[in-house]
Design a protein around this ligand. Structure first.
Ligand SMILES: Cc1cc2nc3c(=O)[nH]c(=O)nc-3n(C[C@H](O)[C@H](O)[C@H](O)COP(=O)(O)OP(=O)(O)OC[C@H]3O[C@@H](n4cnc5c(N)ncnc54)[C@H](O)[C@@H]3O)c2cc1C
Length: 424
């Protein structure tokens, strides 16, 4: 899509020379989508001895994996006790162990494989803007500490000191978390996957999936046709009509981001400890410093594709509310991407037909989740044993009145903004 104004992710960089090629026309696994999910699954499946072909509609990380906020946060949206209550002791504990390890999976991958990805691991602050949010932080902290996680609470003064922002009641600090350069991670995962022998085709969308005896045939817009024992549809928030009802089982939202110009040393009080922050508002605002000293801030945006810089103005207002000192600082980058939400706020695994796998729905917390899930999906493809998966495989359930869902979401967002405003 062409925009009449500049929209450019902070970390857009020249494509590294990754050897893209077509492995074979008959493979064990075709992966559709070259984000973290697709690339992680492809890498691990290849290392398990399978032949793998990745098909990507755009460039590496063209979806959320190249556009995200870079905050690597372990856990799911639900707290540990909620997961145990929902899934029962055994399955709940397995899911909890998986979720607790997702940030480790990213940082271990980067260090063990020697990936060229800027990163720091100073933790994530979930800053409470009301007393009720602080009570939730206390509960979250108690539950994760009981699990043995390296988390703590911050009081008001500590939160002000670490964030540089006034007005928070306190915070939950998760020291397992950190930040990465998201696009670099996608590129480096593609590099090691292709070096391991994964075939990677870019700029050629898969446009049909058909049964071919006991195998699948994946056809692309560019005229390729690949037979495969198994297929993983790793298109997540960018899913369209390839698998019936999949897109209707998700609600995708736009997350928008802005980046300031690099800040001079006068502003070193902002995020002085190097943590990333999300606040506790209904319409969450998240922020971090980039390695070159910018403040990068994001949050929900309009459901429509942005037309002018005005569509990012709500983020500039949030920036100035948090840091009035930045009122005169230039905003140099603006961009946005899609986040896939599910009605139960959990990622969904599907296998609508034997050998056709799907994982989707990260609720905006998919870096660690999808890097980790890729390993489990590869194990499942290799072994056929669903017990290796952290979540049950469920039927695809379209959301009733999905066509009107986006209107409903837009109305909700507007209402939540009003409520957040009243709590200020
Ligand atoms: C603005 C933004 C900020 C975010 N911030 C964070 C954060 O700070 N921390 C965090 O943990 N998570 C964050 N997320 C979420 C996280 O980025 C995603 O959950 C994660 O990247 C999903 O990875 P994925 O591989 O499943 O999907 P994606 O990276 O979206 O990959 C899907 C791929 O499928 C391709 N595709 C679609 N259709 C076809 C087709 N027919 N044929 C071939 N290819 C196709 C797309 O081009 C795309 O490359 C954010 C997301 C956004 C958009």
């Amino acid at each position: 899509m062409q925009f009449p104004f500049s929209v450019s992710p902070l970390w857009r960089r020249l494509s590294s020379p990754i050897a893209c090629h077509f492995a074979d026309s008959d493979v064990d696994l075709v992966v559709i989508g070259a984000g973290y999910q697709g690339l992680s699954t492809a890498l691990h499946a290849k290392r398990a001895g399978l032949s793998v072909q990745v098909i990507e509609a755009g460039d590496i990380g063209a979806g959320a994996s190249g556009l995200n906020g870079g905050q690597v946060i372990p856990g799911l949206k639900q707290d540990p006790e909620t997961l145990l209550a929902s899934f029962g002791h055994t399955a709940g504990r397995r899911l909890l162990d998986f979720a607790a390890g997702t940030a480790d999976a990213v940082f271990d991958l980067i260090s063990h494989e020697g990936l060229d990805v800027e990163r720091s691991r100073c933790g994530w602050i979930q800053a409470a803007h009301t007393d009720a949010a602080m009570e939730a932080a206390v509960r979250r902290n108690r539950q994760w500490r009981a699990y043995g996680a390296d988390v703590t609470l911050l009081n008001k003064a500590e939160t002000t000191l670490l964030t540089g922002a006034e007005g928070y009641r306190g915070a939950f600090l998760d020291r397992r978390a950190g930040v990465i350069n998201p696009l670099a991670l996608a590129h480096e995962m593609a590099r090691i996957a292709t070096e391991a022998g994964v075939g990677l085709v870019l700029k050629d969308p898969a446009d049909a999936l058909v049964r071919d005896g006991s195998r699948w045939r994946v056809q692309t817009a560019g005229g390729r046709s690949i037979r495969s024992r198994k297929v993983l549809v790793a298109t997540n928030a960018y899913s369209s009509g390839l698998v019936p009802k999949l897109a209707e089982s998700l609600v995708w939202l736009h997350s928008f981001q802005i980046a300031t110009e690099p800040l001079p040393p006068d502003y070193d009080f902002i995020l002085s400890g190097g943590q990333a922050v999300s606040d506790s508002r209904r319409i969450v605002v998240y922020y971090r410093r980039s390695p070159d000293g910018r403040l990068v801030l994001g949050g929900r945006g309009p459901m429509a594709v942005p037309q002018t810089h005005e569509d990012w103005r709500h983020l500039e207002r949030a920036l100035h509310r948090l840091f009035p000192q930045l009122a005169e600082v230039a905003i140099e980058r603006r961009w946005f991407g899609r986040v896939a939400m599910t009605t139960d706020h959990l990622p969904h695994l599907h296998e609508p037909e034997p050998g056709l796998l799907i994982a989707a729905g990260c609720q905006g917390r998919g870096i660690g989740l999808m890097v980790s899930l890729g390993q489990a999906l590869a194990d499942y493809v290799a072994s056929g044993d669903a017990a290796v998966l952290p979540l049950p495989i469920r039927p695809i359930k379209p959301i009733p009145l999905h066509r009107f869902r986006r209107l409903g979401v837009a109305a909700h967002i507007a209402w939540y903004r009003v409520l957040d405003g009243l709590e200020r």
